[in-house]
Write a protein of this length. Structure first.
Length: 305
């Protein structure tokens, strides 16, 4: 199946206006624009030359606690539910190179419905979230068993962010993300994939808060059943670490409020053919610092246009 790339941040907002800058941990509200764990299905493989594919991403994230820098609960009564739907179109240009390099472009749009409980209050919001513009991916396959890819993209927020609200559907800041993907088949039945990303966040002008830059790596160890090669069972997840401090124009941000997470879980993938398929996965977060701790459930489709 083709590449499953980011569409938007899964983790929703907890308003800094209500909680105060000391609780806006690790990237504003403990969230990321990059959807953690999205790149677990052949991340380094995009459509073939001259072809276009459509991708659908449906995700549900639920958290029952918000962790501080020591891993303790930071927000009384905190609960978060976020339902996200995104659609992506990717085209690989019919341009050939002697060294096997390919060029692709794409765009992703997302919407969500989010509910946040904190300090005895509750708020919901729904609507468009962001566009993720990916003007250029460069792919390289030195062999049939090894595929490499890199690309850059920009997250453009949609809708109006309100810093006085407890829940916001749109993100409040633009971001730049550099992607690196590797998919390796050491054996016809085995797949090893890793997908590191580095995200640079711009300031949220609505709250005067700038989230630190974030490194994330999604991973997959997958095995295709010998009895039915269309079915792959996998172990998937992500490791996330914020590498620079948050900044707030109107005061200090204690300890830099750096986000950290690790998640792991199962994935089942079924390939209809060489260009389409469906994946179902569940990931549980652990070792969380300065952010929500929860689980995510994903359903992803890909098929050619």
């Amino acid at each position: 199946m083709k590449n499953y790339v980011a569409f938007t941040g899964l983790i929703g907002a907890v308003g800094c206006f209500l909680l105060g800058p000391s609780i806006c941990h690790a990237t504003e509200n403990g969230g990321t624009v990059w959807p953690l764990g999205v790149q677990t299905v052949l991340p380094a493989i995009l459509p073939a030359l001259g072809e276009t594919s459509l991708y659908s991403y449906t995700a549900y994230y639920k958290a029952d606690s918000f962790k501080d820098n020591r891993g303790d609960s930071a927000i009384p009564g905190f609960k978060l539910e976020n339902f996200v739907q995104a659609v992506r179109i990717v085209h690989t240009w019919d341009v050939t190179f002697d060294n096997g390099v390919t060029l692709s472009s794409g765009v992703i749009g997302s919407a969500n419905k989010i509910k946040v409980d904190a300090f005895g209050s509750s708020d919901t919001d729904s609507g468009f979230q962001e566009l993720y513009l990916t003007p250029l991916y460069v792919g390289y396959s030195p062999s049939e068993n090894l595929h490499l890819q890199t690309g850059f993209g920009a997250f453009v927020p949609l809708g109006n962010y309100d810093g006085s609200k407890l829940a916001n559907s749109p993100t409040g800041n633009a971001s730049y993300t550099q992607e690196f993907d590797l998919t390796w088949f050491p054996h016809p039945n085995w797949e090893v994939s890793v997908a590191p990303t580095f995200t640079i966040n711009a300031k949220n002008d609505n709250t005067d808060y700038r989230s630190g830059n974030v490194f994330n790596i999604d991973y997959l160890l997958g095995y295709r059943l010998q009895s039915n090669p269309k079915v792959q069972l996998g172990l998937v997840g992500y490791y996330t670490k914020q590498v620079t401090d948050d900044h707030f124009d109107h005061g200090d941000v204690e300890d830099g409020n750096r986000l950290r997470k690790f998640a792991i879980g199962p994935q089942v993938f079924y390939a209809f053919d060489q260009t389409s398929g469906v994946a179902l996965k569940w990931m549980k977060e652990t070792s969380v610092r300065n952010g929500p701790k929860g689980d995510s459930l994903w359903l992803e489709f890909a098929f050619p246009l």
